[in-house]
Write a protein of this length. Structure first.
Length: 610
């Protein structure tokens, strides 16, 4: 496949994904290294994505924050600037409500007793009173059933609807809309600012058409010069509520338009989402599962300052940290738009992209490494290189095709690596004993079943010494694991049962004594054992039991291993840079360029800034 075809195909996939998810079209537009985007240093980081999406979000900043709308061409429209310090970002929903209370403190006290099953909950001001509001429901019937949980907590409440009327008239300024909102609130009508690219007013929180008809009649009396229309219920609309309960505005769910928040003025350089500080601009969107996708839009180096200390201890030598910074920066450019169909470039998980911890993880030493390598990336064949890295190579890195298959890459080849051991790596040697039961479970987890496992045999190794093929023999057959399968994928948080494929394995049997010539010795396994026959020595086949004929008669021997002991070295897939190796090289006086050119052969280091 030519690069042009691959590029066109990825563009189409991205655009289709964006449309299906109801996200802005630019979400599906990939940025390629050969088209100039290397000069674009802004990245979209999925702060809360996938399994980390939120039912609601809390935004905090001790200064002024600007809320604005952005479209797919990056045109922006300011909604408002506010300095409340804390804001609830909620989606539209049918909820439960209690009140009104005369003070904010009373409403907050009620929230203290609010059932955990009816979260999220918050306080909203309506007129001169305050309501405790909570729960997320799609129908009034669901909400009515949930009232029982509220009563069991000693709280009496009712259902809060999600149907309202919106002014047909678009106000020219927020101040003009606010003036009319105040008059409606004074008349006892729940009214909020409604933003759909222009300022409108949304009145009511009704449950049905009867309530809307009654509301329409009231509005005709209070604001006879304005007409109102019913807006269909949309559980992907966003509501922004201050910590003091004031409902700032409702953001309409518009195609190819999103809600963003950025710092306008303040001493701190970062805002927080649900207690975690991040640099840059925040973007909020409600996905098809009605949960919040929160994206951080930030400069690549601001992102890296939260990545490097997560991927490498900040206490390590500066040149090693610099190497990690360049590798991480290159990875970001090479994988831009990796999650384009979901609305962002990179996620925050090490098992998928790179571990990112936000401002809380930033450290002076690692930030210095990022700053002192500003703009430096690795190119292979004129494009940002696939800069895979791992913890410890175990003494020799590996060819990329031997780990994940595919086409060999000239810059991702195995090289001798004595540096992790020289650095005192904690992974130079390791041992892991896996029981018979666990081993069977691992085989089943990998969609196989060989019954009781009789032996494990390394059938082939790569030049580096890593296991290329591991044969597992059992009472119901055998299975062969290749490449990373030989690390024994077990579905745990660490993904694999073994740290690397650089290992030897032996089986442990119940206590067994065998004759070796004239001597008697204890054996831990019958694996690779031979017996003397009339035809000469023959290898023992793998069986559950053996019958031995002796002077005293026959004896049955249990040959089922009770466990398997793996003795190995290294940690990780072994491709690209070894982090412990980088530490060893830096300690020995090598620069970050020396380190990178050792692990990535034949590459170019360029500076995008210069």
């Amino acid at each position: 496949m030519s690069f042009l075809n691959a590029k066109s195909r990825l563009l189409i996939i991205g655009l289709i994904g964006a449309l299906l998810l109801g996200l802005p079209l630019w979400y599906g537009s990939p940025l390629f290294a050969d088209g100039g985007p290397l000069l674009a240093s802004t990245f979209r980081i999925g702060l809360h994505s996938g399994n980390l999406t939120l039912p609601a979000a809390t935004l905090r900043y001790s200064g002024q924050v600007r809320f604005f709308m952005a479209d797919f061409l990056e045109n922006t429209v300011e909604i408002m600037v506010d300095d409340a310090g804390s804001w609830r970002i909620e989606r539209e929903a049918i909820r439960l409500q209690v009140g009104p209370f005369s003070t904010l403190a009373e409403a907050q006290t009620t929230l203290g007793r609010w059932p955990a099953s009816l979260q999220p909950s918050f306080v909203v001001q309506e007129g001169a009173g305050f309501l405790a509001v909570g729960g997320l429901f799609f129908t009034a019937a669901q909400a009515s059933e949930a009232l029982l949980s509220l009563r069991q907590a000693g709280i009496e409440g009712n259902v809060r609807g999600a149907m309202f009327l919106v002014t047909d008239h678009a106000f020219s300024t927020r101040a003009e809309a606010e003036l009319q909102r105040v008059s409606l609130v004074a008349a006892g009508i729940s009214t909020t600012l409604f933003f759909d690219g222009t300022y409108r007013l949304a009145a009511g929180r009704e449950l049905d058409s009867v309530g809307l008809s009654r509301l329409r009649a009231e509005l005709a009396v209070v604001l006879p010069l304005f007409t109102f229309s019913e807006v269909p219920t949309d559980f992907r609309r966003i509501e922004v509520i201050r910590q003091d309960g004031r409902h700032l505005f409702t953001f309409a769910n518009l195609p190819r338009r999103v809600l963003r928040a950025e710092i306008v003025q303040g001493l701190d350089v970062a805002m927080s989402i649900d207690g975690r500080l991040h640099r840059g601009i925040f973007e909020f969107a409600v996905n098809s599962a009605h949960r919040f996708l929160v994206v951080g839009i930030m400069d690549v180096d601001d992102y890296l300052k939260g990545v490097v200390p997560r991927e490498m201890p900040a206490s390590w030598p500066l040149e090693a940290l610099k190497a990690q910074a360049v590798v991480a920066r290159t990875y970001a450019y090479a994988n831009r738009n990796r999650h384009g169909a979901d609305g962002f470039d990179l996620c925050t998980l090490s098992t998928c992209c790179q571990a990112y911890g936000g401002v809380a993880w930033e450290h002076e030493a690692s930030s210095r490494a990022v700053d002192e390598t500003r703009g430096v990336i690795i190119l292979a064949n004129g494009r940002p290189a696939a800069t895979f890295y791992h913890s410890d190579s175990g003494g020799h890195t590996e060819n990329v095709e031997n780990v994940w298959g595919g086409t060999p890459q000239s810059f991702l080849v195995g090289v001798p690596d004595p540096f992790p051991a020289a650095a005192g790596s904690t992974h130079t040697t390791w041992h892991n004993e896996i029981t018979q039961e666990t081993m069977q479970s691992i085989v089943r987890h990998n969609r196989g079943d060989v019954g009781t496992i009789l032996s494990l045999h390394v059938a082939r190794r790569y030049q580096s010494g890593r296991v290329a093929e591991l044969v597992i023999n059992g009472t119901r057959g055998s299975v062969t694991y290749t490449r990373q399968q030989a690390r024994l994928f077990d579905g745990s948080a660490g993904l694999f049962a073994l740290r690397s494929t650089m290992y030897n394995v032996t089986a442990t049997l119940p206590q067994l004594f065998v004759h070796q010539g004239q001597s008697v010795g204890r054996a831990s396994s019958l694996q690779n054992m031979h017996v003397a026959t009339a035809a000469g020595q023959q290898a023992l086949p793998a069986r559950e039991t053996y019958v031995v004929q002796g002077a005293a008669g026959t004896r049955s021997i249990n040959a089922v291993p009770t466990s398997f002991v793996f003795s190995g070295s290294g940690w990780g897939h072994g491709v690209g840079m070894s982090q412990w190796g980088a530490r060893g090289m830096a300690t020995a006086g090598h620069t970050f360029r020396d380190i990178l050119l050792h692990y990535y052969r034949g590459v170019d280091l360029i500076n995008l800034v210069n």
